[in-house]
Write a protein that binds this ligand. Structure first.
Ligand SMILES: Nc1ncnc2c1ncn2[C@@H]1O[C@H](COP(=O)(O)OP(=O)(O)OP(=O)(O)O)[C@@H](O)[C@H]1O
Ligand SMILES: [Mg+2]
Length: 587
């Protein structure tokens, strides 16, 4: 099919003579063969969003169909790579075109010349189904890439490649499907707007451990869950997302830099290869895929970038991995949607966003989950999605934040006042919530401590009580409160400073193992119980606040490393002893 451009409006192009074009079909536009996607069709008239700059494009130039929807290539070579929003490999483009990435360059997403060492896992005559593993490739030091039978294929293996070196384009298996023989290569393509199939969904129950105390202990996200991080300008969205990308215990990380400043992506590019995976000692890039559509890149590719990311995420999920996707920032994605919708002259809804904004957000987060994957063996994989939201002026009542809140089950509200006070991460503990607490409790009880739930609730209660008392203190000053309430204020302060605040830049504090988080919490809460008892016996509060060990509690997060947990047990005993001494001195 060949059409002719009749109108150009920024990233949106209209063409006539497009009979036969499909919705979401990829097309090439103009002399330079810019890549675009059909986003509306009426008779022979199509509207196309173009993924590259349209400057210089003229009416009368040609539009050609490809017959395929916007798709990504799935196969070895994804890990450690950096793609743009439509999966063009940015490093290769930069090498070919110099510093300025030229338009219309079509480079395949996966390298075609690279050979991978393939080890078959099936034999001739084996029956295989979509999702079965036919062989493996060591993609990186951290990821064994499982070559799957694509979802729509099933039959008997008629040929299987020997163990050896192959490029992604060579056949590695042939499957007899009725009269037909289907060739299986190490890669296949998948349309980004179509969720990949699985057998069934399971309840997310295992926490995604991030090493960030306010998240893991207070507002956890489960593997396969969804979370949002809304926050005004400079409140810590990017740092939080990067902390999660660095430390969370997912097998594969997909980081989508969506409409943010280029230097933030550069930060990642420079820091990730140097960072070491704490579990394996290998470079973090060996489990990471970056998708970068920075603010200077075309908006329509930004619109596509989250789908590209999520589809790649589902693909690794289907191999049986736990994948976590971070998108920074979904507001910039929504703005791209708004801009394109404006060009289409659609009727705007709230704040100029199209009326389908909530549907699109819902569909995106819906692609997270823990699933039993396709295939004859039982395999569990998960995809967690964590989206940053940048509400203008930090106003959480705007459409992107309010709709995102409906579709995400953990909500980490960044607070301007906390950020200004340099309380980082500036996650507000009163406004934030997680609907995964019940589900992940079992994991904490089995793997960390049977009293996890009780200590967590007690800490939350103290922080909430502080919030209520704050109002009274504002009016009458702390002196007017009874000592038992002043103790709550003191313990809440310790919780805030010693536990909730966590410095991403401190080599020890940047990551807290679950056991460390729990023991820290237990020290603080048991200190509270001990102090409460003594106060009831009539000891004045200043005797408690003067206990020298409080400063040790304040420093434990950055002084006690994750591999010296016994030091926390010692501190615990010393705190207990110092309280009993106070108690004894009363007798
Ligand atoms: N956990 C943390 N530890 C230490 N510093 C932090 C932490 N979180 C945020 N900061 C500080 O806050 C600054 C701003 O954070 P960040 O860039 O993540 O904000 P943002 O919300 O992404 O901003 P923008 O709206 O510009 O995208 C950082 O440069 C850093 O100094
Ligand atoms: Mg940012």
């Amino acid at each position: 099919m060949r059409g002719v451009i009749v109108r150009i409006s920024g990233p949106v192009v209209e063409a006539e003579g497009m009979t036969g074009a499909q919705m979401h079909e990829m097309v090439t536009v103009g002399k330079e063969n810019l890549r675009g996607e059909v986003i509306r069709i009426e008779k022979d008239h199509a509207v196309i969003q173009v993924y590259e700059s349209t400057s210089g494009l003229r009416p009368g130039e040609e539009v050609k169909g490809t017959g395929k929807p916007l798709s990504v290539e799935l196969g070895p070579g994804l890990i450690g790579n950096i793609f743009d929003g439509t999966q063009r490999p940015l490093q290769v483009l930069a090498e070919r075109a110099g510093v300025f990435i030229r338009r219309g360059i079509n480079v395949p997403a996966l390298p075609r010349d690279k050979k991978w060492h393939f080890t078959p896992k099936v034999k001739v005559n084996d029956a295989v189904y979509g999702g079965d593993i036919i062989g493996v490739v060591e993609e990186s030091g951290l990821i064994e890439h499982r070559i799957l039978v694509p979802p729509n294929i099933q039959g008997k293996i008629s040929e299987i490649a020997d163990e050896g070196e192959y490029t992604v384009e060579e056949w590695i298996a042939k499957v007899r499907m009725g009269d037909e023989t289907r060739i299986i290569r190490m890669f296949h393509t998948w349309p980004v707007r179509r969720p990949r199939p699985y057998k069934r969904r399971l309840t997310p129950k295992i926490p995604l451990i991030t090493g960030q105390r306010v998240i893991d202990t207070f507002f956890p996200i489960a593997k396969g869950g969804t979370a949002s991080i809304p926050g005004g300008f400079g409140t810590g969205k990017t740092i939080t997302q990067q902390q999660l990308a660095k430390w969370s215990d997912a097998d594969v990380i997909i980081y989508v830099g969506c409409g943010e400043r280029g230097n933030e992506m550069v930060d990642i590019l420079l820091s990730f290869p140097k960072l070491v995976d704490p579990r394996s000692g290998r470079s973090l890039m060996e489990r990471t895929i970056l998708i970068a559509n920075t603010s200077n890149m075309p908006v329509s590719a930004r619109e596509a970038s989250i789908y590209t990311g999520v589809t790649i995420g589902e693909y690794y999920r289907d191999m049986g991995y736990h994948v976590a996707l971070m998108a920074d920032s979904t507001s910039r994605w929504a703005e791209a949607l708004r801009e394109i919708s404006g060009r289409l002259e659609e009727m705007p809804a709230e704040e100029g966003y199209p009326s389908y904004l909530p549907t699109r957000l819902g569909e995106f987060y819906e692609r997270a989950g823990v699933v039993e994957t396709l295939g004859s063996e039982s395999r569990i994989g998960s995809l967690s999605i964590i989206g940053a939201v940048s509400p203008p002026g930090g106003d959480f009542s705007e459409p992107v934040t309010t709709h995102t809140k409906r579709f995400t089950r953990a909500f980490w509200a960044l607070d301007k006042e906390l950020a200004d006070a340099r309380h980082y991460p500036a996650i507000n503990w009163i406004q934030s919530y997680s609907e995964y607490v019940d589900e992940v409790s079992e994991w904490w009880i089995e793997n960390v401590d049977k009293e996890w739930r009780r200590y967590r609730s007690e800490a939350m209660r103290i922080l909430q009580r502080e919030d209520e008392l704050k109002e009274i203190v504002k009016l009458v000053g702390p002196e007017a409160l009874p000592d038992r309430e002043r103790l709550i204020l003191e313990v809440a302060r310790i919780l805030r400073v010693a536990f909730l605040q966590q410095n991403a830049l401190d080599p020890i504090d940047t990551y807290s193992a679950p056991i460390k988080q729990f023991k820290m919490l237990k020290i603080i809460i048991d200190f509270y119980y001990g102090a409460q008892k003594i106060i009831e016996m009539g000891v004045p509060i200043f005797k408690i606040t003067q206990i020298p060990l409080i400063s040790d509690i304040m420093r434990m997060k950055s002084e006690i490393p994750n591999d010296k947990i016994e030091l926390l047990d010692e501190l615990y005993l010393r705190v207990k002893a110092s309280l009993s001494e106070l108690e004894k001195s009363l007798r």
